[in-house]
Design a protein around this ligand. Structure first.
Ligand code: HGY
Ligand code: MN
Ligand code: MN
Length: 410
């Protein structure tokens, strides 16, 4: 590859921000950014990204789990590929940087190489995953898991909101049939790199634009259905009630207490639903979600047992039924030291100061590659550490520094 002058951070920042703004306009909730897996807005985002990938000189395909895959062969077309990617699905009422930054920057990098007629000694594959947030179905990271060779066909029959299976939603989306893992069998990928917003306060607190991820903490997700006894809000004496919502409320606080008291653990109840609720009915049934994480798998596994005991103790005391199921887990996943060194050298050539290493509290598609391919993540500063919110923000200057660093690492 002849001496190819890397574009300036300012130039890259402007280009990447323009892509994020365009993607942010694709949503299922006007005025908010909500782009759930296999939704109409996910479909529109795939269409837009297909055009971006083609403009960047990539050949493009959609895989059976709705991962959009752009490939840019190297000077030797048979050379293995370096995988770059992130996700284009969002939580409800999301920010515009989470996930999209990793895809937008990777496409911009390939576009620049292609425009300069540059081919690397290896290929580049850009992956736009659609199921990283795991908002609609119990299992998450399913697209990246398939690429990494850990596809579990059972997920196709998981029921999401509204009771439709993933399989039905994929068919409605217009995904091709077939085994999503098949094309990757035997493919010798060089590794997986992901650029992502930090979604936490560390880089801002230390006035650093970027940081290198050491490891991604492990996660357990679950759901719990509490069944009590519905009744008339006016006639049932308090002492005779088996109120599913009051029981759930006590359980929520018990889980929070376990999170607070256990070093290295975070625990969140993000969703709580009272199906068929009425103002004047004692709730007979309540469902809530569980999400708890730790960098240390033993701490998280021990928390699984303690949280189950705490929920069952409240259920017994309140004579309600608790059906707790752990529906998904991923172990703590370490980034590759060799790729980290490459990323550190790239970062120090762009920001000229020792680079901060930090763990990732959030889960990412990168963790799907644990034990399969070396992977590495670069974080860029998040304003006030806010994410999964419309207040999520990263400056254009930081986007440029991060993309320039990522480009140099590639
Ligand atoms: O849940 C997570 O950590 C990621 O944002 N999906
Ligand atoms: Mn993300
Ligand atoms: Mn997210």
């Amino acid at each position: 590859m002849s001496a190819f002058a890397l574009p300036s951070p300012a130039d890259l920042g402007a280009a990447v921000l323009a892509r994020l703004d365009e993607l942010a306009s694709i949503t299922d909730e006007p005025g908010k950014i909500t782009r759930l897996y296999l939704s109409k807005s996910h479909r529109r985002a795939v269409t837009l990204l297909e055009s971006w990938m083609r403009d960047a000189g990539m050949s493009v395909r959609l895989d059976p789990l709705a991962t959009l895959i752009g490939t840019y062969p190297g000077s030797n077309p048979d050379a293995p590929h370096l995988l770059l990617g992130s996700h284009i699905d969002s939580v409800r009422d999301a920010g515009k940087y989470d996930g999209t930054l990793g895809v937008g920057s990777a496409i911009e990098i390939v576009r620049r190489l292609n425009a300069a007629g540059q081919r690397l000694p290896f290929g580049l594959t850009v992956l736009a995953f659609g199921d990283e947030e795991g908002v609609r179905f119990p299992s998450t990271l399913t697209g990246s898991a398939a690429v990494a060779g850990r596809f579990n066909p059972k997920i196709l029959d998981e029921k999401g909101e509204g009771g439709i299976t993933r399989r039905m939603a994929l068919a409605e989306f217009g995904c091709p049939e077939g085994d999503p893992a098949a094309p990757w069998q035997g493919q010798s990928g060089l590794g997986y790199l992901e650029l992502h917003i930090e979604q936490g306060p560390v880089l801002e607190a230390e006035n650093r634009p970027v940081g290198l991820v050491t490891a991604i903490q492990g996660v357990t997700r679950g759901s719990c259905r509490i069944v009590g006894l519905a009744g008339h809000a006016g006639t049932v004496p308090m002492a005779m009630r088996r109120d599913a919502l009051s029981a759930a409320a006590e359980m929520v606080l018990a889980v929070e207490r376990i999170g607070r008291e256990t070093a290295g653990l975070v625990a969140t109840i993000g969703q709580l639903r009272v199906p068929g609720a009425s103002v004047n009915t004692i709730p007979g049934a309540v469902e809530f979600s569980l999400d708890f994480r730790s960098e240390i798998d033993a701490v998280r596994k021990e928390a699984e047992a303690r949280i189950r005991q705490a929920i069952e103790a409240v259920a017994a005391a309140r004579k309600v039924e608790a059906n707790l199921a752990y529906t998904y887990e991923a172990p703590a996943s370490k980034c590759d030291p060799g790729l980290r060194l490459t990323m550190a050298e790239a970062a120090e050539s762009v920001v000229q100061k020792p680079i901060r290493l930090l763990p990732s509290g959030a889960g990412h598609d990168a963790m799907s590659f644990r034990g399969k391919l070396p992977f590495m993540m670069l974080f860029v500063r998040s304003k006030a550490g806010i994410s999964h919110s419309p207040d999520e923000f990263t400056s254009e200057a930081d986007l440029g520094i991060a993309t320039a660093t990522f480009f140099r690492a590639v």
